[in-house]
Ligand binder design. Structure first.
Ligand code: HEC
Ligand code: HEC
Length: 238
């Protein structure tokens, strides 16, 4: 019986010990303790195309038993802004930190820090990572869409497509919009003559954005593809 009491005692003391191990604050490299912590303190923002602005929200928690004040939040880079919703936090409460990273001029794996200072001058750091892919459109203003790396998106997808709707989705929709209703390039719904339309697709309009799509002229489409595509576009308006 005595042995059972001892075991129970050890068990209860063990439980209390676990409880007191709860972490109430994060410490920085100097061993100082800030009552304010980022949650999470490492955030992967995924991928962006160069020039895109990426937004995210972190939480800032007050892990202390007193009030805490966010005195300063700053980033390692002018490209990153971080705005907390509130700066005074009651014990145990949290607030949102809205972050925006501008990927303009960046390439590859980018790592940025956000540093927060509390009213005692103690700091916490959060790390953000972002993978920035080059933007093919940033430099390509005057290039043909059939050139080099442009072709992988503007030409290749047409290969082997047999239906008008599929060909359109592969190499026209990005400029003329869904249902040929117009987007960056004009709507094609006013076209009623299959031969004229086929001729324009095959030979282009003379601009680098609307070059000749016929294979004979160095484009990606066979004569057969051009004629089913023209038929399909004409049928949209009926
Ligand atoms: C990774 C695929 C990809 C590559 C590479 C690419 N484009 Fe595009 N392009 C698109 C998509 C998708 C659109 C539709 C609009 C959008 O999403 O930006 C588009 C749209 C366009 C437009 C219409 C205007 C616009 O911005 O919406 C032009 C002009 C253009 N591309 C030219 C080019 C040129 C020139 C190159 C090579 C320097 C190129 N593209 C390389 C995918 C690509
Ligand atoms: C990179 C963007 C782009 C792509 C891709 C593109 N076009 Fe165009 N297209 C244009 C632009 C811009 C114009 C208008 C300016 C001009 O005439 O060059 C145009 C004009 C046209 C015209 C003449 C319209 C008129 O009113 O005279 C036709 C027809 C046309 N496109 C059909 C197509 C078809 C079909 C495809 C797919 C095979 C396609 N285009 C792919 C940009 C594009």
């Amino acid at each position: 019986m005595m042995r059972l009491y001892i075991l129970l005692f050890i068990f209860v003391v063990g439980l209390m010990a676990c409880n007191s191990q709860d972490v109430y604050a994060a410490s920085d490299v100097h061993g100082h303790v800030s009552s304010l912590v980022f949650d999470p303190s490492e955030l992967d923002l995924g991928e962006a195309v160069e020039g895109e602005k990426v937004t995210a929200t972190l939480l800032i928690r007050n892990n202390s038993q007193g009030f805490a004040q966010i005195v300063k939040v700053e980033s390692s880079c002018g490209c990153t802004t971080a705005e907390p919703e509130t700066r005074m936090l009651s014990p145990g409460s949290f607030t949102a930190l809205h972050i925006e990273v501008d990927s303009f001029g960046k390439r590859g794996d980018v790592r940025k820090s956000i540093t927060m200072i509390d009213q005692y001058g103690e700091k916490s750091i959060a790390w953000l990572t972002l993978h920035v892919k080059p933007n093919p459109h940033a430099m390509g203003e005057n290039r043909s869409i059939f050139d080099g790396e442009c072709a992988s998106c503007h030409v290749e997808p047409a290969k082997g497509k047999v239906l008008g709707s599929d060909i359109y989705k592969a190499v026209c929709v990005m400029c003329h919009g869904a249902g040929a209703k117009g987007a960056y390039a004009p709507s094609l719904l006013a076209m009623h003559d299959e031969d004229v339309l086929g001729e324009l697709i095959a030979n282009g309009t003379g601009t680098h954005h609307m070059p000749a799509f016929a294979q004979k002229k160095g484009g990606p489409l066979t004569q057969k593809q051009i004629s089913v595509l023209a038929k399909w576009i004409i049928s949209l308006d009926e």
